[in-house]
Ligand binder design. Structure first.
Ligand code: HAM
Length: 424
């Protein structure tokens, strides 16, 4: 029979990497709760229009990267390429604005983008995503960044650069777009790469973050947002920077940081790493004050961020999984039931261990026990089964002793190391 293959860009996350994802999720829940955030789970599938309207019809994500298909009623559905749009849709659906005033929500899970797979870039990837809806204050922006940094500290990821920019608002952004558009038009038809030639008309801001060296050189003298934005946006951004400075948080201002999603306004930020190759952004976010209204909700401001879990996993230290406390074996069919019960009772008492499912010869069982890494092998043979006893073999030094069933428990409980739940 031929094998059914895995889809390109969709990874299986095997142990021990799965533990990194579990650790990230646990750290996220712990840290975000300190800031008053609660978990929201939204569907993986939404109407395509949700993403086209929020992320922007002209963005690469919507134009090229969505997994979109028609359902049996001819409606276009898409696997979520990011979480913000779905969170805002859910926020509007549930009328949270009226119920809560301010909503602090986080969501974890898989996202889907049909990009070219490479290190740190997958077609199914996982994000940890936070949204704060209901405040336009620069304090909310600064607190999101502080919370993100606290989460990264919790998972021991360091050495990242925080990049910041301000993209202006509905008042000043059109002026900037026009000025940038004029500048790009002045470069001539063939000066930019084919993607940027299209963007120069449809979405000129994206030309600024093109990675093609020629495009970067040509935009060195492009108009800067900082010179054009309105005084309210300037005051807002200065407020964010002031709060970050108060916490001694280092940052770099980057006027090319326009982000790939169209809903942003004012503050945008990214955390980048120099240690994971070309896909260096491990987190990104910003303010999106017009988004809730654009999706049919009230005029409520919002700010948020998302971390890429695959990229964070590349930066996290690998730790060995804890060793099992025991490995229970039986050498004959008569002893199997006792072995089965012993293993379950030890687990009921919070010890960690494995049971050999089939009785076998001693040599084979010891090989299995060594392979499991368990500190002790608990052996029940014919003699032990008849005497309701267990032989305990210390796998480190090979010494062994036979004790009654009840003694096994007192021995294990007595020797439990309070820190790790393991025995000596
Ligand atoms: P984003 O910058 O598109 O923002 O994605 C956030 C993070 O997801 C990136 O920094 C990166 O670490 C990770 N990521 C993105 N695409 C991939 C991929 N193909 N493979 C692996 N990792 C990837 C957003 O998604 C916004 N919704 C963030 C946000 C929340 N803004 C406001 N609230």
């Amino acid at each position: 029979m031929s094998r059914v293959m895995r889809i390109k860009g969709f990874a299986d996350i095997f142990p021990p990497d799965g533990a990194l994802f579990t650790a990230m999720e646990a750290a996220a829940r712990l840290v975000f709760a300190r800031f008053g955030f609660a978990e929201l789970r939204t569907p993986l599938l939404e109407f395509t229009e949700l993403f086209a309207r929020s992320i922007g019809a002209e963005t690469d994500v919507v134009q090229k990267e969505m997994y979109a298909f028609g359902d049996s009623k001819g409606r276009s559905l898409a696997l979520r390429p990011e979480a913000t749009a779905g969170v805002v849709r859910a926020y509007i659906d549930a009328g949270l604005n009226a119920k809560e005033g301010l909503s602090r929500l986080f969501t974890l899970g898989p996202m889907f983008r049909h990009e070219r797979p490479q290190l740190g870039r997958m077609r199914q990837f996982h994000q940890i995503n936070c949204e704060c809806l209901g405040s336009g204050s620069p304090v909310a922006d600064a607190e999101m960044i502080v919370m993100l940094l606290q989460f990264l500290r919790e998972i021991d990821v360091s050495g990242l650069t925080l990049k910041l920019n301000s993209l202006g608002c509905a008042d000043c952004r059109p002026r900037y777009r026009a000025a940038l558009g004029d500048f790009l038009a002045g470069l001539g038809a063939d000066a930019l790469c084919p993607d940027c030639a299209r963007r120069a008309v449809a979405n000129p801001l994206r030309v600024l973050d093109c990675k093609v060296p020629g495009c970067r050189d040509l935009t060195v003298n492009a108009p800067k947002f900082a010179d054009i934005q309105c005084s309210a946006c300037k005051t807002h951004f200065a407020g964010v920077l002031d709060l970050l400075q108060a916490r001694r948080i280092d940052y770099e201002l980057d006027h090319r940081l326009v982000r790939g999603l169209d809903y942003y306004c004012r503050t945008t930020f990214e955390l980048v790493s120099g240690a994971i190759g070309a896909q260096s952004a491990v987190a990104g976010g910003g303010r999106y004050d017009g988004l809730v209204k654009c999706l049919g909700g009230p005029d409520v401001p919002g700010v948020g961020f998302a971390c890429g879990m695959e990229r964070l996993a590349l930066l996290m230290g690998k730790t060995d999984p804890p060793l099992p406390d025991f490995f229970v074996v039986s050498t004959c069919a008569d002893a199997q039931k006792q072995a089965f019960s012993l293993a379950q009772e030890l687990r009921d008492a919070n010890f960690r261990g494995v049971l050999a499912f089939s009785p076998a010869g001693m040599k084979s069982l010891m090989r299995q026990a060594h392979k499991s890494g368990a500190r002790r092998c608990l052996i029940i043979g014919q003699d032990e089964a008849e005497a309701s006893a267990v032989t305990i073999k210390n796998m480190a030094d090979g010494s062994q002793t036979t004790v009654s069933m009840s003694e096994v428990f007192s021995l294990f409980l007595h020797k439990r190391e309070s820190e790790h739940g393991t025995i000596n």
